[in-house]
Design a protein around this ligand. Structure first.
Ligand SMILES: Cc1ncc(COP(=O)(O)O)c(C=O)c1O
Length: 351
């Protein structure tokens, strides 16, 4: 049985152009810095410059993962004992169920709410920014745990103004910022302008094998370079993995519309089953809420394997399906018809 693997866009295989770029990349020791504070790997420097330019910030810094880039950003913005304004479902809060903020950073959280459109509610966000000890506000666009939903440019501008009014910088986890930009019909640069620092992943829908970029003001990035070093995030001849990242930025952004179209079709095909609610599809993530059935999301995840569909339970109620390069329109048709068969065969157990 062939499997349709919709667990995550991190499953994207590097293209031939990426593999060739890795092979040919000029490299140096990125852990050694010159007088300008730049590393000695020319390919990493090219990637950092290209990332900063695309996202409209002064400087960029290459990280092995989005997690490390977010952590380094928060730890550069804050000091032990500070508080961070967060939505409790941010990846940075939820990751590995191990809250790094208090465990490693000695940081506290002040929660803000999302509204019914899954965007941060401005009043709640502003109140969190005004809470005593808050030194940073974090937002996420697209929002992974909410189902790949987007915060509009207008709302992002409102949030940034609210934070600025309290003198609080905003860090944007833009792991999938290019998906958000495509869905909203704006540039990633415009969305990034609503934050002081931005992290985005090249290893997800853009298709590079490894990596994330943290972008922001030159002085902040210089400090973040030290934080990265302390966290063990220095990579040496990292041009080998930065080179596929350059290809990802040059070629990966423009094809995301294919993933969005596949996700739209998948969402259409997976909707309408009793007890199952579809979160409106905005990007490359399809999220089903299975609360109205007798089974939990991890049960669906397990059972669907024997039908040839791999997906991911997000907590007990949500089931996530993600599209990416390598998932074809044919795979979507297969997934839809298999899911229909599954729901028919399991109906008695579910309702
Ligand atoms: C919104 C968001 N931020 C950060 C990350 C972390 O990225 P990485 O897996 O590269 O650590 C993820 C991973 O899925 C994510 O979805």
């Amino acid at each position: 049985m062939s499997m349709v693997d919709l667990r995550s866009d991190t499953l994207t295989q590097p293209t031939r152009a990426m593999r060739e770029a890795a092979f040919k990349a000029p490299v140096g020791d990125d852990g050694r810095t010159n007088a300008d504070g730049r590393g000695e790997d020319p390919t990493v420097n090219r990637l950092e410059d290209m990332a900063a330019e695309i996202i409209g910030k002064e400087a960029g810094l290459f990280f092995p993962t989005g997690t490390l880039a977010n952590v380094a950003s928060v730890l550069t913005h804050c000091r032990r004992g500070d508080s961070v304004a967060c939505d409790p479902d941010l990846h940075i809060v939820m990751m590995e169920k191990s809250p790094f903020m208090d465990r490693f950073g000695g940081l506290k959280k002040v929660d803000y709410r999302r509204d019914s459109a899954e965007m941060p509610e401005t009043a709640s966000f502003a109140a969190a920014c005004a809470a005593p000890g808050v030194r940073l506000a974090c937002i996420e666009n697209t929002h992974n745990f909410a189902g790949g939903t987007c915060t509009s440019l207008d709302r992002a501008e409102e949030l940034h103004s609210a934070a600025k009014a309290k003198g609080i910088p905003v860090h944007l986890d833009g792991a999938r910022i290019f998906n958000a930009a495509l869905s909203l019909g704006v540039t990633a640069e415009a969305l990034a302008a609503c934050a002081d620092t931005v992290q985005f992943c090249i290893s997800k829908g853009l298709g590079a094998p490894v990596g994330s970029l943290l972008c922001g003001p030159k002085e902040f990035i210089r400090e973040a370079r030290d934080t990265r070093k302390l966290l063990g995030g220095v990579m040496r001849q990292a041009g080998m993995i930065a080179a596929p990242g350059l290809v990802a930025l040059e070629q990966g952004i423009r094809r995301l519309s294919e993933d969005h179209e596949n996700a739209r079709l998948l969402g259409q095909g997976l909707s309408g089953f009793p007890g199952i609610a579809l979160v409106p599809v905005q990007t490359n993530i399809v999220m089903l809420n299975v609360k109205g059935t007798k089974k939990t999301a991890p049960w669906y995840e397990r059972e669907l394997v024997s039908y040839g569909i791999l997906c991911k339970a997000m907590g007990d109620e949500h089931l996530r399906f993600t599209t990416y390069r390598g998932v074809t329109a044919g795979d979507i048709e297969t997934a839809v018809s298999v899911f229909g068969k599954f729901m028919q065969e399991k109906e008695a157990e579910l309702i």
